[in-house]
Design a protein around this ligand. Structure first.
Ligand code: ATP
Length: 254
């Protein structure tokens, strides 16, 4: 935790003593985390440690068994407003066009003015190099293109907080690097708070300015530190200095 946190304004998203259990099994234990607006955070930890569960608690998709989530100082119950999650699989509607997939958040929120929604959706597709594929069906696109559509759909709801759960893990290294660059560019342009769960140090090094490491069973925060310009080397050094090695974390720096 950062030592100057008391002197800053109210952090945008706060997890206070969050715990979670699946049935009788405790998975997360007393996690405290303060996330400021516009921060970019990578959450690392071995497979099964509880990263996805924590991400879903942050988004308000799962209620903690104990502790609480606050947004801008107010308790958040249910889905956190302005928060969108992008998952490992794009989960596009197979029967709908690329454009209609991007328009889905507007439809789900009950907007009927399709023409007004269509212009920003097309701009997003254009921004992600998919302008020509607006009428294609998802199965006609590559995996990387499908994940770009999922990114466009996530951004179409104009979130202020974007949560990414292993969003690149199904992609080859080249596509991974290219999509990572798109995420960073679009997140910066929108001043988004970005939280990415990943096994890959290179994802954290590229996207985040702060790394949070989960460890233990049940999981707690084992390390929370800022990344400098030499982020991969910094990560490798910090992970290597932990009392227990964080296994299952991959990437050029691992
Ligand atoms: N629905 C469920 N019921 C019972 N246990 C579950 C359920 N979902 C997850 N778990 C368990 O909770 C723990 C945390 O799961 P979670 O998916 O949050 O971990 P993770 O760190 O994201 O893993 P990975 O990196 O492999 O995706 C794991 O041990 C998992 O087996």
């Amino acid at each position: 935790m950062f030592s100057d946190s008391m002197s800053r304004s109210v952090p945008r998203l706060v997890l206070a003593a969050v715990a979670y259990r699946y049935g009788p099994t405790p998975v997360i234990d007393r996690v405290d985390l303060e996330i400021d607006a516009g921060e970019r955070i990578g959450i690392l930890g071995r497979s099964g440690v509880g990263k996805s569960t924590l991400l879903q608690i942050m988004a308000g998709l799962v209620a903690p068994s104990a502790g609480g989530v606050r947004l801008d100082g107010a308790p958040a119950r249910g889905p956190v407003p302005g928060c969108t999650v992008m998952f490992q699989r794009p989960a596009l509607l197979p029967w709908a066009s690329v454009l209609d997939n991007v328009l889905l958040p507007a439809r789900l929120s009950g907007r009927r003015d399709r023409a007004a929604c269509e212009a920003p959706a097309r701009r997003l597709l254009d921004d992600l190099g998919l302008a020509e594929r607006a009428d294609a069906k998802p199965h006609q696109l590559s995996g990387g293109q499908q994940q770009r559509v999922a990114l466009a759909r996530a951004l179409a709801s104009e979130p202020s907080i974007l949560l990414l759960d292993e969003p690149f893990s199904a992609l080859d290294p080249e596509m991974r690097a290219s999509l990572r660059a798109d995420v960073l560019r679009l997140a910066r342009a929108r001043d988004l708070t970005l939280i990415v769960v990943t096994h890959d140090l290179a994802d954290v090094a590229a996207l985040a300015a702060r790394a949070v490491v989960l460890d233990g069973r049940p999981a707690r925060i084992a390390a929370d530190f800022a990344l400098n310009d030499d982020a991969e080397a910094n990560l490798r050094r910090r992970l290597g200095a932990l009392p227990r090695p964080v296994s299952g974390v991959t990437g050029r720096a691992a």
